[in-house]
Design a protein around this ligand. Structure first.
Ligand SMILES: [Fe+2]
Length: 220
């Protein structure tokens, strides 16, 4: 499912944090502008322009690595309640996706094409990671990588698509008003094929800015 032009980068050239931490970290990447935002407060401010909420909640120390779905919902009950009040959500559940999930590729194929929903898409990632691409009406497409501890709320009507990272693993809390609101409505002229489903990409750290160099790209 990661066919096409996946464009991760060479060790040392790109994402030192990824290799140090062994997993992706929250970030916003704007391919058209060769721009990347890593600072959580800046990510939050950038996303707010598009009505997208971004928060980071503690995971370590709040839930064990083998916590059950019920334990996760219990641990985050205060935050879930706050979101319910703010968005009018009725209920919450926990979804677990990993390489052994039956029908994984078919399931992911529903969401890796540009679409919108008729209700907000709210996800708190407990484990694993993924990338939301957002296609705003009047600004370039940007990618938001979310990982353990990140909450993202994509407003209804927002054009977006989603990819898992290479470990094909994500465990997250979902909130909803009505499950029918999750049905994806696809675009007539989608742009998702123009973007890499990357979980890490060229970092444009100070002093390392520059154009995307295909020589620095490795399969991810
Ligand atoms: Fe979606």
């Amino acid at each position: 499912m990661f066919g096409g032009h996946v464009m991760p980068v060479a060790v040392g050239e790109i994402d030192r944090d990824f290799f140090l931490r062994g997993k992706p970290m929250a970030r916003v990447q704007i391919p058209e502008e060769n721009c990347e935002i890593r600072e959580p407060a800046e990510i939050k401010a950038f996303l707010k322009q598009y009505g997208i909420e971004f928060e980071q909640w503690d995971v370590e120390g709040r839930i064990g690595t083998d916590a059950t779905n019920e334990e996760i919902l219990e641990a985050y009950a205060p935050e879930i309640e706050r979101l319910k009040q703010a968005h009018g959500f009725v209920t919450a559940d926990v979804i677990n996706v990993n390489p052994e999930t039956p029908g994984l590729d078919e399931m992911l194929a529903k969401f890796d094409k540009e679409h919108l929903h008729t209700e907000d898409e709210v996800r708190f990632t407990v484990k694993g990671s993924g990338v939301f691409h957002i296609n705003p009406e009047s600004a370039p497409v940007f990618a938001v990588t979310v990982e353990s501890g990140d909450l993202i709320s994509v407003p209804k009507g927002t054009h977006h698509w989603f990819n898992l990272c290479s470990d094909k693993t994500i465990r997250c809390i979902r909130l909803f008003e009505d499950m029918s609101g999750w049905a994806p409505h696809y675009m007539e002229e989608p742009v998702h094929n123009q973007y890499s489903p990357m979980c890490m990409g060229p970092s444009y750290l100070e002093g390392e800015g520059g154009d995307l160099d295909p020589e620095k790209i490795v399969q991810f």
